[in-house]
Design a binder for this molecule. Structure first.
Ligand code: DHB
Length: 398
């Protein structure tokens, strides 16, 4: 009987079943020593820079920290979803069913992150959000944990700063999908609570956006400032059109979340963006020993590519997975891993961060920054810190 099952297995007929039927005999030799992490990212298409940044950061984390945690070997499997949500879902399912990954992670845009929720819930494995920023994503599965940011988290401090700094009338222009709508709502709520007035709320399409008509409309309304949000990768084309319309010359101050003055593109935006004020969770210019070491290592490993806020989300996402595995002593049970992630706190290149145990969302400093030229390069130079900011929209956090 035993011999026949082994022979069946060796012949490749029902090998999995035959081996599973012999736990005491064969299983110890097959004890799961490898922990697979499935990283699903847009490596091609409009959000390819997000994929490139996150993969580079995850690989840097592993190069710096080794591939062994609690006696297990970590194996990273990177898949390109091309930015299409049906692909994200298909890849997540394959990673779970075929590769038996312990964790899925990445997800370059909100719709891509949302697509994996049902897979993570059913498989009971963590889905670590390293990029997407719409608040409600983490509410859609108890297995989501976020290491990126949320738009309300990053936007509210910009609204507060604006009201305090002589700006009375604002027009908002955001990408017309989850994070843009979150930014629009958060900006108006805080700015008007602080006495300002939002004159109009403009929305540009997410795909192949053409900003000129919206920018002309904003200019015609003569606001003190124009608040902008577009996702990573679109900032350069937006700012090119902002500069062509000469809004600053017309007396309109440009303010934004740091998604617009993305470190991946900032240096190529030209001197016209100098003086722009933004709020964000990460700048490559962040002045700390942890960040200096991170930026130097990242530049070196990636042919001088400057890390952006997506990179830091990926780096910290890998850190979270390593730390959770250490805490469970190598136990890969998905529910135990998520429990281990809740409340985890450490110092990231962006500053101190933690995972809110109630919401599984990230708590982090938000910085107010100004674009400046330093040693011939453009940087988001931080000049004020709002410490330990939580997303203020989750029911569980209220
Ligand atoms: C999202 C994507 C981005 O590139 C970004 O900068 C902010 C939010 C998103 O789709 O959630």
């Amino acid at each position: 009987m035993l011999r026949r099952q082994i022979l069946n297995g060796m012949a490749g007929v029902g090998a999995g079943l035959a081996l599973a039927a012999l736990p005491g005999v064969v299983a110890p030799a097959l004890a799961q020593e490898t922990v697979k992490v499935g990283l699903i990212l847009p490596m091609t298409g409009a959000s390819a820079s997000t994929g490139r940044q996150i993969e580079a950061a995850a690989r840097l984390y592993m190069a710096q920290n080794g591939n062994k945690v609690a006696g297990k070997t970590i194996e990273l499997i990177v898949k390109d979803d091309t930015g299409a949500a049906d692909q994200t879902k298909r890849l997540a399912t394959e990673l779970v069913v075929n590769d038996k990954v312990a964790v899925i992670a990445g997800f370059g845009l909100t719709p891509l992150a949302l697509a994996v929720g049902p897979v993570a819930t059913q498989a009971k494995i963590p889905a670590v959000i390293m990029a997407a920023g719409t608040s409600m994503i983490v509410e859609k599965s108890p297995y989501y944990v976020r290491t990126s940011f949320t738009l309300p988290q990053n936007t509210t401090p910009m609204a507060e700063w604006s009201a305090k700094n002589g700006i009375k009338k604002v027009v908002t222009l955001v990408a017309d999908y989850g994070p843009g709508l979150d930014a629009e709502k958060a900006f108006k709520a805080k700015f008007e609570a602080d006495g300002g007035k939002v004159l109009d709320q403009l929305r540009s399409p997410l795909m192949n956006p053409e900003f000129a008509a919206f920018l002309q409309k904003a200019k015609d309304l003569k606001p003190d400032a124009l608040f902008l949000f577009v996702p990573s990768g679109q900032g350069a084309s937006l700012m090119k059109q902002v500069n062509e319309r000469e809004l600053t010359k017309a007396g309109v101050k440009i303010i934004a979340t740091g998604d617009v003055t993305d470190d991946d593109q900032l240096n190529g935006m030209g001197d016209a963006v100098i003086g722009m004020t933004t709020s964000h969770n990460y700048s490559a210019a962040h002045d700390s020993p942890e960040n200096k070491a991170f930026v130097a290592a990242f530049l070196k490993a990636n042919n001088n590519m400057r890390p952006n806020f997506m990179a830091v989300g990926g780096y910290d996402g890998m850190a979270l997975i390593y730390k959770a595995l250490e805490k469970t002593k190598g136990d890969t049970d998905g529910t135990k891993l998520v429990d281990a992630m809740k409340g985890m706190a450490w110092v990231s290149p962006r500053g101190p961060i933690s995972i809110d145990p109630q919401t599984r969302d990230i708590v982090q400093n938000v910085y107010i920054r100004e674009v400046k030229k330093v040693d011939g390069q453009l940087w988001n130079v931080e000049f004020a810190t709002i410490p330990n900011v939580k997303d203020n929209t989750h029911e569980a956090a209220k």
